[in-house]
Design a protein around this ligand. Structure first.
Ligand code: AMP
Length: 512
């Protein structure tokens, strides 16, 4: 039977879950496993995905892509070092579009196109399991994602659905809703608990960190505060270790090619770095080894082989740990701002979510900060998909006893003049909130208002994401006498809309 399924498309692994009436369960993938590595390799004029992509990537690593999640919607000029060959994307006429893309063998691929290949695989598996195309999906995204990342994630799933429709020759109806990953985890963890408890969710995955304080249980999941770091995730631990290995290699082999200049070599080093990082979660030391890594001028193979201790790894990545604790501190300060009597002692539990929370030093730092032992789930990766599946069941009316109140993670603002912005809806506004304003003219006889809708943390436009720019003509007024009505709102799933003088200038609003 058709259902709304829960999608967790992670930087490292992805999965799809359903709510079967009693509990959320993983949907098995064609190879029988529940998890699909978020890896795509382009080979032989096509592509392979997941474990096959890792295997193919070992042989043809040039076009193996992984860890693109936080590049969703990224502008070309904001590019970070992804470890892969990236280019500025081009439209069909060959003009640059300003967005970051990955260079494939035949053309460049936007991050959302890569995500859509994963979404296609997951939805196809769900279709096979349910015997019908899912009638919708709840897609989890990091709470701290900015609007362009959310939009790109959404487009990715819709692109996959379009492809499924085309392949099956059927025009499936499909509903898509986004959900914040830590909220999904808290819902999955506490939806059947009788009594409400206050928990901190620390969600550290492959690419991002979210720290949310959530009240959960008694059928209600209420998010109190949320904070995050969009460029702090497992890949950053991998990169630090990879940089360390490269510097050692350079010192010892000044005569050989610098691996940092060879994409294929860096891809191998990053893959091994991730494996070493994982092994160090259960071992005190392990070898970082890549056989036949290079050749001496005389043709002799050279292996790359270093012993890495957990202590050394923890020392080199200590700055990342400090960033995590910094985000926990900000979350705590936010909670105190809402309720001045709040302290960490008022939390009933700390829930660790995301694969990176398996790292002992992260568990220890979180424990020290919150002064309590975090609850360790056997599979911290499953909670997000389970929460999304439960949310799907709620949307279908199958769980009328449950409700969620989430909040915005960024302020919605309007740039009025120069480098100042008026906050329309502050960060932390509940989904469903709205506010009305009058926009005015700054100078006598100003013929039009030039406005920009912004999303961001502070009141300085230069630090914000520009959602929309608009010019609005006004009649002659003395300075500050014009009154143009503006409504700002966030819908039930967190999408902002701004309406100026009855016209939507950002977002969608059927009623406008
Ligand atoms: P997620 O996005 O929740 O799937 O988390 C993926 C991240 O967790 C990746 O960076 C993985 O390398 C990392 N990870 C998974 N298992 C472990 C482990 N045992 N120790 C350390 N990191 C891990």
């Amino acid at each position: 039977m058709s259902e709304i399924v829960g999608l967790d498309i992670g930087a490292t692994t992805s999965c799809v879950a359903r709510f079967d009436g009693r509990a959320a369960r993983m949907i098995d993938l064609p190879d029988g496993s529940s998890y699909l590595p978020s890896v795509i390799t382009f080979v032989d004029g096509g592509y392979v995905i997941g474990h096959d992509a890792i295997e193919a990537g070992r042989k043809h690593s040039t076009f193996m892509f992984r860890n693109w999640k936080r590049q969703l919607g990224a502008k070309w000029h904001d590019m970070e070092d992804t470890g892969f060959q990236t280019v500025e994307s081009r439209d069909e006429a060959g003009n640059p579009t300003g967005f970051l893309a990955y260079q494939g063998p035949d053309r460049c691929y936007l991050p959302e196109e890569l995500t859509s290949l994963i979404a296609h695989e997951l939805l196809r598996a769900a279709q096979d399991k349910l015997g019908a195309m899912p009638k919708g999906a709840v897609l989890c995204v990091p709470a701290d994602f900015i609007q362009s990342q959310r939009d790109a994630a959404e487009r990715a799933v819709l692109m996959a659905v379009d492809r499924l429709r085309e392949e099956d020759g059927k025009d499936y109806p499909f509903t898509l809703e986004l959900m914040h990953e830590p909220t999904a985890a808290a819902l999955a963890d506490g939806y059947d608990a009788k009594r409400a408890t206050r928990i901190a969710v620390v969600d550290l995955g492959g690419s991002t960190l979210d720290v949310s304080f959530i009240q959960s249980g008694g059928g209600l999941t209420v998010v109190k505060t949320t904070n995050g770091i969009r460029d702090c995730g497992g890949i950053d631990w991998d990169k630090m270790l990879a940089d360390y290995i490269v510097s050692m290699w350079r010192t010892e082999h000044p005569d050989l090619a610098d691996p940092a200049t060879r994409d294929a070599a860096m891809s191998l080093i990053l893959t091994e770095a991730e494996d070493v990082k994982k092994r160090l979660s259960s071992k005190q030391e392990t070898s970082f080894r890549i056989d036949d890594f290079d050749k001496e001028p005389n043709g002799e193979d050279v292996h790359l082989n270093y012993l890495i201790t957990r202590k050394a790894f923890e020392e080199m990545t200590a700055p990342l740990l400090r960033r995590i604790i910094g985000a926990c501190q900000i979350a705590l300060e936010d909670a105190v701002r809402i309720d001045p009597r709040f302290s960490v002692k008022d939390l009933h539990a700390v829930l660790l979510v995301g694969g990176m929370t398996r790292m002992p030093s992260i568990q220890e730092a979180v424990k020290q900060f919150f002064q309590r032992q975090p609850s360790k789930k056997e599979n911290p990766e499953t909670l997000v998909a389970f929460g999304a599946a439960i949310r799907g069941a709620m949307m279908e009316g199958r769980r009328p006893d449950l409700a969620i109140q989430d909040i915005s993670s960024h302020a919605l603002a309007l740039e009025v003049v120069g480098d100042t912005a008026a906050i329309l809806l502050p960060k932390g506004s509940p989904f469903g909130a709205s506010a009305a304003f009058d926009v005015t003219n700054e100078i006598d006889g100003q013929a039009q208002l030039s406005l920009r809708v912004l999303s961001g943390e502070g009141s300085r436009p230069s630090t914000c994401e520009v959602l929309a720019s608009t010019e609005h003509k006004i009649a002659f007024f003395e300075a500050r006498k014009a009154r143009v009505p503006l409504i700002a709102k966030i819908d039930a799933s967190g999408r902002p809309t701004v309406i100026l003088d009855g016209k939507v200038i950002y977002g969608e609003d059927e009623a406008a």
